[in-house]
Design a protein around this ligand. Structure first.
Ligand SMILES: Nc1nc2c(ncn2[C@@H]2O[C@H](COP(=O)(O)OP(=O)(O)O)[C@@H](O)[C@H]2O)c(=O)[nH]1
Ligand SMILES: [Mg+2]
Length: 236
């Protein structure tokens, strides 16, 4: 699988202290196609990335105001849909801007597609087999709740429903449309994977936790409110 067929979609909201390192780790693994959706950051993210943008090392789109992780994902999807008429990109990877994802795990995503050509989507999971990830207790409870909720609402059973590390065929974007702007997009995405009967598998990934990433939880909104928005959207 040639690496330039894979586009990395990185959404970033005020991650200026982390995002350069993330982009550098991707480039140093010889991936060249990187799309950053700057979700209305107010911390100078654009300035931190100015040389990448100027030298066209990355594709860069900025929301004028913060719209949320789901909206930023859909902006990235529509960018890829509208600029891929020659099918240049075959796969899309969603990758966090905060350094939680490990580029080395790409080997597992790629080999999943290579061993099973019928796959549409490969999803990262912290909870299958033993990864080195040490998920803090409070996070584990929230993720468990997210997993149960998503199973109930979508009928798709995953071990880790809210893992942002995913790889999909670009042609899947013909079906998928994210309409939920906030964190509830993760359940919506899985719901659509179920509705379109996309063929998926989970692979084990390491998610890196540190003080910085654990300190961001307030940005997500309350889990019950996120779930309520998803229920309203799906049933009303
Ligand atoms: N929390 C949050 N993240 C956003 C937003 N817009 C884009 N993102 C990015 O979405 C990714 C996932 O968000 P994060 O807070 O790390 O969530 P978590 O890793 O699932 O706990 C990160 O790269 C964020 O920078 C937003 O409005 N809120
Ligand atoms: Mg994160």
């Amino acid at each position: 699988m040639p690496k330039n067929k894979i586009i990395f979609l990185i959404r970033a909201y005020n991650e200026s202290t982390r995002i350069r390192g993330v982009i550098e780790s991707i480039i140093s693994a010889w991936y060249s196609e990187i799309l950053v959706i700057d979700d209305g950051s107010t911390d100078g993210t654009e300035v931190f990335l100015s040389d990448f943008i100027k030298n066209k090392n990355i594709h860069y789109v900025r929301h004028v105001a913060n719209r949320g992780a789901g909206a930023a994902l859909e902006t990235g999807f529509s960018y890829v849909r509208s600029r891929n008429s020659d099918n240049h990109w075959k796969y899309l990877v969603t990758f966090d801007a905060d350094g939680q994802h490990d580029i080395r795990d790409m080997e597992l995503f790629r080999s999943a597609f290579e061993t099973d050509p019928t796959l549409d989507v490969v999803l990262g999971s912290r909870f299958i087999t033993k990864t080195d990830t040490n998920v803090p207790f409070f996070r584990r409870v929230i993720l468990w709740w997210g997993m149960v909720f998503t199973s109930l609402i979508s009928g798709v059973h995953l071990t880790d429903a809210h893992n942002g590390y995913r790889m999909m065929r670009v042609k899947v974007l013909d079906h998928i449309r994210i309409t939920m702007d906030g964190m509830e997009y993760a359940s919506e995405l899985i719901d659509q994977i179920g509705s379109y009967q996309l063929h998926f598998v989970e692979v084990p990934v390491n998610i890196h936790y540190d003080e910085y990433t654990l300190g961001k939880w307030q940005r997500h909104g309350w889990p019950l409110r996120i779930a309520a928005r998803m229920i309203l959207k799906k049933f009303f």
